[in-house]
Ligand binder design. Structure first.
Ligand code: AMP
Length: 489
């Protein structure tokens, strides 16, 4: 089976029902099948060959989705670029992926052999053959390249295959979204280039509409969720925090059945508030680019007050283990690295054999770089990224736990905790926070004192106007650390 088969079948089964909605523009399932055939044929006519990489720089919208799945039909490898990144970052990815073509809206970030402006797309589609475009590839051949966030080092591309894509769809349908129906509606408020994109196919195959919002704001989200009676959505924790800051959220007339969230740790205070305001609709997913959005999930009914710090249980068809540094499999309560295995995991890092060998064991187990433990009921608890753990006076401090304590202070909206080199302790804990009203650093630190052991308490706390974030809204601790180290030098 190919991804294109899912699109073709949905076209036949759901015909004139709305598949994609963006403002006034509505594309039916049959039209989506035809548009992607036509554009696929146009790409082949431009000389692109199976396996060629095509970088795509398009904002959230119908055209971007059509391009993505036209590439699938033409056997081409999608390299999504994030519109919030700089031309310099795009150029790096275009070069690293050896893209032969670039499809772009606005200004192109680099020159490659085949340049296609978004303005040309309607003409290309209109002039192209409407024959079925069906270039079939091996299930283990690259389907798309996903660049990892780049929170450490230079971004690496994760190679995902048709096999991993199909498994990702299956994982979602079995565990996260088991109740999709033709009247379900997915609201894409986050960039489709990232996490939200994984929700497109599961909805499409069940005949549900995908609604696209160009740019997230709490107001735009609420307006679209009410108008289209959205039943599912995906947000990173920062977006949930923003939504809860908006007073209109509490009185909005929503039909959400699943508010899926993940991609970064969520503060328990935000999650509890979310459940209080929006109801028992929260479903957490823990995954990463290397194991797309499926390692563990925490179901809505598992969001009990004592369990809000958990990342959930393994997806049905995903294996998860915790191992120590010698590779021994650990039991409940013991802290180690999370490893995972399943058909959805990456095939390799693109052109990085050493990084691949460090990350994937010969028997398929993938090192996630996350530190965690199991509790007695089989729930995974994540402590932090292996590289972010602070070692102060020989004790491990997990920044996330300290950030959680800071975020429980009523004034604190965002927090980033890092380790600063210290002659005596090796590293000392330092924090940057953003506040919603004026508060003194000493007062915030005093508030956290009974929640944190002495060695975990920040030695310094700064109030910043904003915490630097990656284009997908994850806080960039490395940048916070660099700034603090520079300031203390
Ligand atoms: P990325 O590959 O950029 O999607 O980042 C994946 C990383 O984000 C994971 O390895 C985790 O460190 C973190 N992450 C993803 N989902 C969660 C979650 N539900 N809870 C805590 N951390 C998460």
């Amino acid at each position: 089976m190919q991804i294109a088969d899912l699109i073709r079948r949905a076209g036949r089964q759901f015909g004139s029902a709305p598949a994609l909605i963006d403002g006034d523009r509505v594309v039916s399932f049959a039209e989506f099948d035809e548009l992607t055939d036509r554009l696929g044929n146009a790409l082949v006519a431009r000389g692109l060959e199976p396996g060629d990489r095509v970088a795509v720089l398009m904002p959230n919208g119908i055209d971007g989705v059509v391009v993505y799945y036209a590439l699938a039909k033409a056997g081409l490898v999608r390299v999504p670029l994030n519109v919030r990144e700089t031309p310099h970052e795009h150029a790096y990815k275009i070069d690293d992926s050896q893209a032969r073509a670039l499809v772009y809206a606005g200004e192109p970030s680099a020159q490659v052999e085949i340049m296609i402006s978004a303005d040309e797309l309607p003409g290309l589609i209109a002039d192209a053959s409407a024959d079925v475009c069906d270039i079939r590839r091996d299930q283990d051949a690259p389907f798309r390249l996903a660049y990892t966030g780049g929170t450490t080092g230079r971004p690496k591309a994760v190679v995902l295959t048709t096999r991993s894509e199909l498994a990702e769809v299956a994982n979602f349908l079995v565990d996260l979204l088991p109740n999709l129906r033709p009247d379900s509606v997915m609201l894409h408020a986050a960039p489709i280039t990232h996490g939200s994109g994984a929700f497109f196919l599961p909805h499409l195959v069940k005949g549900a509409a995908n609604v696209v919002v160009q740019k997230f704001s709490p107001q735009a989200f609420l307006a679209a969720a009410e108008k289209y009676r959205a039943t599912s959505t995906f947000m990173v924790p920062t977006m949930i925090a923003m939504l809860l800051e908006e007073p209109a959220t509490a009185t909005a007339d929503l039909s959400l059945e699943r508010l899926c969230y993940g991609g970064a740790p969520i503060a328990t205070s935000v999650l509890q508030r979310g459940i209080d305001v929006l109801g028992p609709v929260f479903a957490q997913l823990y995954g990463q680019a290397e194991a797309p959005l499926a390692i563990t999930c925490l179901q809505p009914w598992e969001h009990t007050p004592d369990r809000l710090t958990a990342a959930g249980k393994p997806y049905t068809f995903v294996e998860v283990q915790i191992r120590d540094t010698e590779g021994n499999v650990l039991s409940n309560g013991e802290v180690g690295e999370v490893l995972t295995r399943g058909p959805h995991t990456m095939n390799r890092y693109w052109r990085r054999p050493e990084a691949t060998a460090e990350t994937i064991e010969p028997d398929g187990w993938l090192h996630t770089g996350d530190i965690g433990h199991w509790d007695a009921d089989g729930y995974l608890h994540l402590l932090d990224r292996r590289h972010d753990v602070i070692i102060s006076g020989g004790f491990n401090v997990y920044p996330r736990e300290v950030e959680d304590a800071l975020l429980s202070h009523p004034a604190v909206v965002e927090a980033a905790v890092v380790g600063i080199p210290d002659e005596k302790w090796g590293e000392r804990v330092a924090a940057a926070v953003v506040t919603r009203f004026a508060a003194e650093p000493e007062e915030i630190l005093g508030f956290c004192a009974d929640r944190l052991a002495g060695f975990k308490r920040p030695r310094a706390l700064e109030i910043w106007p904003a915490i630097p974030t990656s284009p997908v809204g994850k806080s960039l601790r490395r940048e916070v650390r660099d700034r603090m180290v520079a300031a203390s030098a």
